[in-house]
Design a protein around this ligand. Structure first.
Ligand SMILES: [Cu+2]
Length: 425
């Protein structure tokens, strides 16, 4: 309401100024003065005002970043972020130099050479050398900027060293899920058709595939039975809909049978190296943790639409695209605790947020990120339940067996883990 009022006052004020200037014009005309015959005193005044405006304008330009410095992002929390910041600084220096050079010239000349009856403008129509300079210099500068950008981009997306810690960041409307590799250190294969409430990332194991196939077969059988029972009574279009549904279910079953064959063939050829065997010990969690000073490969997938994983404090961002895996390298360099000291904010948390308007709750699609020392990270990671305790076989493991695996995994910290582990499962 207040905003509307202020806006109305501004509009009315503007109209009043327009009217006043019209009145001034008319009174001048009545006084026998022609519009273009502005007295020299007024022209000089305009020139001085041009200078004053230029000074205020540039002072504001310098004042703003100084004044608002505390709302800028703190120092980069990752190695890659430092490269981005450097690139940003170089761009600012070049742009700042050009900005001040051109704007000082603009305001100086506009104010200095106001119209005077005894002064004629110098007619300078063309200069090839000048044309060359202001074409070639910006071209070279821009190309250099682009090449610099490509070099940084290539470093951020370079293939990581073998054995680099992989973390999957999975997006869907409107939250994030994370996946860490288990003991084998490798993330297992996935398929969107296996996505269920229990398997939100669609991880393929012998068990998830068999379960999904059984569920789909049952669904198809039930749908067929229901249709057959109502065959006589259903209207033709509804019947057709039902037939389509059943055909779709049967098609999915067939394709998953194909996937099952593919999986078994792959396991037969590659043995333990088959990516179909890597999924069972994966860990799926809603918490995002990363170890400090450790290179990480972040892998991004999306379930529904394009999202963008943005880590502002790391200066990192990557689109997450349905149907493909995108990736970046990230080496966090400052733990959350240290960052709390640096920012003098005990509540500070690194944040992962969606930076692509993806739907109604886009604004709330965020997740904190904890960066911690390697030991604390490992401890946290060990506590996470593995995705498929049966180890990917079709038979479910007994709770005792599962607890045993857990303790073995915990290694030296086993004693502490044993007590805490059951709560986590
Ligand atoms: Cu989103």
């Amino acid at each position: 309401m207040m905003t509307l009022l202020i806006l109305a006052v501004l509009v009315l004020g503007f109209m009043v100024v327009l009217r006043l200037s019209r009145i001034a014009d008319l009174s001048r005309e009545l006084g026998g003065l022609r519009e273009e015959n502005i007295p020299e005193r007024e022209n000089r005044m305009s020139g001085r005002l041009m200078w004053a405006f230029g000074v205020i304008y540039m002072a504001a330009f310098i004042w703003m970043p100084i004044h608002f410095h505390d709302v800028f992002l703190p120092v980069s929390g990752s190695e890659q972020g430092v490269w981005i910041d450097q690139m940003y600084d170089v761009n600012w220096i070049v742009l700042g130099f050009v900005f001040f050079l051109t704007n000082i010239a603009l305001f100086y000349f506009a104010g200095r050479y106001y119209h005077r009856a005894d002064r004629r403008a110098y007619w300078y129509p063309h200069n090839n050398k000048l044309e060359m300079v202001w074409t070639i210099v910006p071209t070279v500068t821009l190309v250099a900027g682009i090449i610099y950008g490509i070099i940084v981009w290539n470093k951020i997306t370079a293939a990581p060293e073998p054995g680099t810690l992989q973390v999957e960041v999975y997006s869907k409307q409107f939250d994030w899920t994370f996946r860490y590799a288990g003991k084998d250190g490798k993330l297992g294969a996935t398929d969107y058709r296996l996505i269920t409430a229990e398997n939100p990332l669609g991880i393929i194991t012998r068990k998830t595939l068999a379960d999904r196939l059984a569920a789909l077969k049952q669904e198809a059988a039930e749908a067929t039975a229901a249709r057959d029972k109502q065959m006589e009574t259903l209207p033709k279009d509804v019947l057709e809909e039902k037939n389509k549904e059943i055909a779709h279910l049967n098609r999915t079953v067939e394709r998953l049978l194909g996937l099952q064959k593919l999986m078994e063939d792959d396991i037969a050829v590659n043995g333990d190296n088959s990516s179909y065997l890597h999924g069972a010990d994966d860990k799926v969690t809603k918490e995002f943790h990363l170890p400090v000073n450790t290179p990480v490969e972040l892998l991004f997938r999306s379930q529904d639409v394009i999202h963008s994983a943005y880590l502002p404090h790391m200066r990192s961002q990557m689109n997450t695209v349905p149907g493909m895996t995108t990736r970046i390298n990230l080496t966090p360099t400052i733990t959350t605790d240290s960052m709390r000291l640096i920012t003098a904010n005990p509540e500070f948390d690194y944040i992962l947020m969606c930076n692509k308007v993806c739907g109604v709750s886009h604004y709330n699609m965020q997740s904190p990120l904890t960066v911690e020392k390697s030991g604390a990270f490992k401890l946290w990671n060990i506590m996470l339940p593995v995705f498929d305790r049966s180890g990917g076989s079709t038979a479910m493991a007994t709770p005792q067996e599962a607890a045993a695996t857990h303790t073995a995994e915990a290694g030296t910290e086993g004693a502490a883990q044993e007590q805490a582990a059951p709560e986590n499962e």
